[in-house]
Unconditional design. Structure first.
Length: 286
């Protein structure tokens, strides 16, 4: 029977024998990963129906009409399940700790230098563009975010020296509303970046991918009620999620305003998110 092919984003959707399938370029070998997830009892992934060295074929999922807020709740519940089922403990790897500390420290230092030099450059101008004006009105909050991240990084680095082991999970490593499909069951898709590492990276990715579209505080609370971060994980989470994005100006004022607005929104919403989370933690510990 002749295939009917539809191109959508970077995948092909085709119909064969009255059934729909998705064909996508193969970026990594996932069969060992899916076998591992299956052995751990995690079923919220789509198995590969057919694959070659170049592509993979999956069953096509026609999503139900499902509000983003409700879908997000299911995502964090499934995410917590993934982390619970794949948790392992390893002895502290001091080299990895030092590498993460130095890498993050350098990122923060370079980011602060970048914004200081950008501020100096803008202040030499007689007239600011709309994007420059927006940035200058919010530059102090950007520095506060960088300084807060640095403070929490130092706190984590001192605390982790007292620990004997660290928790690792299987990360999806690119969680977003677009990387989950809701049928009767919710499935995570696009596992190309999956790896074993600290659990915090998955929620940080989810936050960065969707913070403008959905309210994150309640979602984080649901996730933490099922998979609670250890004290060192929470401090590192606070440090890394606080790092503001780097805005690079172009010659297009419209695009620059959008990018700076996204930066300002990220800093403002993340600050509010952390304040609310810290407030809840303090109330719970009374």
């Amino acid at each position: 029977m002749k295939k009917k092919i539809i191109y959508k984003s970077k995948v092909q959707i085709f119909e064969k024998d009255n059934k729909k399938y998705v064909k996508k370029i193969k970026k990594s070998n996932k069969q060992d990963l899916f076998n591992y997830l299956d052995n751990k009892g995690f079923k919220n992934y789509l198995p590969i129906i057919e694959e070659t060295n170049e592509y993979e074929i999956y069953r096509y999922i026609l999503e139900k009409d499902f509000p983003s807020e409700d879908k997000a709740i299911e995502i964090v519940k499934v995410l917590s399940l993934l982390h619970i089922l794949t948790t392992t403990y390893q002895e502290i790897n001091q080299n990895k700790v030092n590498d993460l500390y130095e890498k993050t420290l350098n990122t923060l230092s370079e980011l602060k230098t970048y914004y200081l030099e950008l501020q100096d450059h803008i202040e030499t101008k007689e007239f600011f563009s709309p994007a420059e004006h927006l940035l200058m009105n919010n530059i102090s909050n950007i520095y506060k975010a960088i300084n807060y991240s640095n403070y929490k990084l130092e706190e984590w680095y001192q605390l982790i020296k007292t620990k004997k082991s660290q928790r690792y999970v299987q990360l999806h490593n690119n969680i977003s509303l677009n990387h989950a499909l809701k049928e009767e069951t919710l499935y995570f898709i696009n596992w190309d970046n999956s790896k074993k590492d600290f659990a915090i990276y998955d929620f940080i990715n989810f936050y960065k991918n969707n913070f403008q579209d959905i309210e994150m505080t309640s979602l984080f609370k649901i996730y933490q009620s099922k998979f609670t971060y250890t004290d060192d994980e929470l401090i590192l989470f606070e440090s890394l999620i606080s790092i503001p994005p780097k805005v690079i100006f172009s010659k297009n004022n419209y695009i620059d305003v959008i990018n700076v607005r996204q930066l300002v929104n990220y800093v403002e919403k993340t600050n509010k998110f952390l304040l609310e989370d810290n407030k809840e933690n303090q109330e719970e510990n009374k």
